[in-house]
Design a protein around this ligand. Sequence first.
Ligand code: K7E
Ligand code: CUA
Length: 657
Amino acid sequence: MKTKLFILLAFVVSLGMMGCESKEEGGGGNKGMIGSNAAEKVYVAPGEHDEFYAFMSGGFSGQLSVYGLPSGRLFKVIPVFSVDGEKGYGFNEETKPMLETSHGFVPWDDSHHPELSQTDGVPDGRFIFINGNNTPRIAKIDLKSFETTEIIEIPNSAGNHSSPFTTQNSEYVVAGTRFSIPITETDVSIKDYKEKFQGSLTFVSVGDDEHGDMAIDFQILVPGYDYDLAHAGKGPSHGWMFFTTYNTEKAYTMKEVYASQNDKDFIAAVNWKKAQEYLKAGKFREMPANYLNNEYSEKTHTAVSKRETSVRVLIPEECPGLIYYLPTPKSPHGVDVDPTGEYIVGNGKLSADLTVHSYTKMMKAIENKSFEKEIDGIPVLKYDEVVAGVVEKPGLGPLHTEFDGKGYAYTTFFISSEVVKWKVGTWEIVDRIPSYYSVGHLMIPGGDSRKPWGKYLVSLNKITKDRYLPTGPELAHSAQLYDISGDKMELILDFPTIGEPHYAQAIKADIIKDKSLKYYKLDENEHAHVTKSEAETRVERKGNEVHIYMTTIRSHFAPDWIEGIKVGDEVYFHVTNLEQDWDVPHGFAVKGAANAELLIMPGQTETLKWEPKSVGVTPIYCTDFCSALHQEMQGYVRVHPANANVELSWGLGEDDE
Ligand code: K7E
Ligand code: CUA
């Protein structure tokens, strides 16, 4: 039986892969020949689990999605920066504060880089972080509940792109601004870019307990370039953080031309341990700032926004040894540090070659003061003194590199649409394979850590074209899974993704799955409006506010009928799910409410706000099929005229009495 299924699957998969010819340029002539055992390699039998969790950024969806590898099955979309009607995120009263910023409620963002927390340079399965690119933020998702539990805004930043890459023990996650902006003086002409615009590199500390609280420890004010990506040093280079820059030309207009003039831009190397010494010595400036730190408590099931009013800022000129620039050819995009911590790869988008710097040489150059010049107190190291080697003519448009832990690196090439495998140290190219089409990031499970699980590689592609059944002008973005366990890379699976998956991370499933939360304990629920039993259910009026303390259990709401609400009232349904069992959420929806549903996990309390506009009877019901009598899980609310003189009344089950 099993073999037959494999053969059938192999046939179906290979048909899918080879069935259509691309009419597009840049597709790479090879249609992705599939080895006969590809289906077997990605087949996870019904009821069996995947070997890895993969976390893919949602890009312009603002969310984070969870997949299994090697199957490519989608498990969950975790709402992070964007409201999500499916889960009530950003719609219920409890999670609204998560999306508050200094600009007010921002219901969307553009999220690029998921990054797992690490211990000793290895993903530890505690948290995953992700950046908000548009309104600069970093979010933290707890990998016990798979829920977003904290979002911190980044002040003095615009376009939080080089983020949230972690240090080896998640001492910090970082945020480098992709847009430079006027910082010390804010109301200036755009034409004064060269003189008045500045960049900032932010170091956000992460608590080492189960909460992992984020706080901005310090920022560094840097020249007004575009800070694109980052990666931390590890092993010997632990204590350093590397950021790429482009637009060292400081152009403010027609950047596609004017920001591509210089032969070399820089990788900024920040010695954050030195920064900590300067902080201790008081060599920082306290700068006024305005940003929010939003935290969701899994005890109160409620998020709270805290406003912060200052940041500690370090100025390179006042802090020698804090930061250096490594010249790196042509607008480097990704900066990737190999598992040994020795090699720093600069993926020069517009360069013919791939440049690799040496940490050892960098340290020597610093010791010998081999500086080319200094920019705003930042020494520029001599290129020849820091470069370890170049991978010659590997492809066109290098963007990102990951590692397999066996001495090989894999780099994506957007323009030539391929993944190229090369040997770290000798810089020779050993294999290349097309991607369909125009690959951006790639991801090897643990591939930016000290210990990659070098078995699979996922390419995250920008253009899908003919790979799937057409769905009108908009096509799902696409991921492709390659087996990299042998000498040759082998394409074994295509699967669609949600939004635009820029970067992704993956971790061995064993590290997370047994810690995964099954339900919230009702007796530990500290929500301000919790109702712990049906006996406590009630409806209270405070002026024109009506608070409904409601519970759910298979298969009814308590109460399930309410009268005495009036037009003009502000009604709050505080619904507690009394279930104490895995996978029994209840939904809650109100006809015509200018709101989403609630989706309440077992043991949790959530609140839906409703402002009834007209007189009459309004149905309420459970949206999540929870039992054979789910369809009976419904009720009514009666709304009276604004001037009616009626008392509140409610009930459950008195038909029988
Ligand atoms: Cu290369 Cu935003 Cu990381 Cu997209 S970024 S590809
Ligand atoms: Cu509760 Cu359906």
